[in-house]
Design a binder for this molecule. Structure first.
Ligand code: 1PX
Length: 234
């Protein structure tokens, strides 16, 4: 692994307040992605919920800074974040300390609708599954951006990443709306600037350092869900 110039541990500096309407101070994608490093518990590689949520909140702030056209995406992500925060604040909050403890708890207590959405339509397991699938999109998109060239079009990179991930789970109308919104994505250079990391070279280096942690979080979650047969939750 290369020396870590950009990615530091996010735990001490993490912001936990969330507001979509507040005037946002400038922030960098580096801090956002560092949440996914902080997610991974050293001893047993559990994925810690608070940092997972924190990472998603940061990503949503980023998406909001790209313009109102993405509000239909961020609204859905925010509602899922809020579901998870409510679990974390509830009397069974300790059970939601990590993705592993959540899966064990919800399955044991029969709190997951396994075949059809019914009594437990917004379980933690199905809500995290939606975010987990979106994390795959992020992974693919940022990797494409990292290895892109000056002439690459962000709308094309985003569409490819979407088609290889989330699109497989979305109905036609959502796919159509998503595709149209991708044309509103800023150009590659603007994208790099919005990340607020530094020069293009700096962004490329930062992504090279940060993405392995995002991938690790993704892989561990994927394995956890596969092990418990949870990858197709309705
Ligand atoms: C960078 C621009 C953002 C492009 C976003 C690409 C993803 C497009 C996803 C379109 C989702 C449409 C909204 C609705 C989704 C729901 O139907 C669907 C299913 O939920 P349900 O089973 O509860 O009904 N929900 C989902 O699949 C979860 C979607 C969550 C999307 C979060 C995307 C966050 C993107 C963060 C962007 C950060 C960019 C940072 C790069 C500098």
């Amino acid at each position: 692994m290369p020396p870590q110039k950009y990615i530091t541990h996010a735990r001490s500096s993490q912001k936990t307040e969330f507001s979509m309407t507040a005037v946002e101070e400038k922030f960098s994608l580096t801090e956002v992605l560092s949440s996914f490093k902080a997610c991974l518990e050293k001893e047993n590689q559990d994925v810690l919920m608070d940092y997972y949520i924190s990472g998603w909140k940061g990503l949503v702030r980023f998406m909001n800074s790209l313009g109102a056209i993405f509000s239909f995406v961020s609204k859905d992500a925010v509602s899922k974040i809020q579901i998870m925060e409510a679990f974390r604040k509830s009397s069974s909050g300790d059970q939601y300390r990590s993705l592993q403890s959540m899966v064990a708890y919800e399955l044991k207590a029969k709190l997951v609708d396994l075949n059809k959405r019914a009594e437990h339509s917004n379980s933690g397991c199905r809500t995290i599954l939606r975010l987990h699938r979106a994390l795959r999109w992020l992974q693919l998109f940022l990797e494409k951006l990292r290895t892109s060239t000056e002439n690459s079009k962000t709308s094309v990179l985003c569409t490819e990443a979407y088609n290889d991930s989330l699109a497989n789970y979305h109905p036609w109308i959502i796919r159509k709306t998503a595709m149209v919104s991708f044309y509103a994505l800023p150009a590659r250079n603007t994208f790099f600037e919005v990340m607020n990391v530094g020069s293009i070279e700096d962004v490329v280096t930062m992504l090279g350092e940060a993405m392995p942690y995002v991938s690790q979080v993704y892989d561990i979650t994927q394995q956890l869900y596969a092990q418990h047969n949870l990858l197709d939750l309705p």
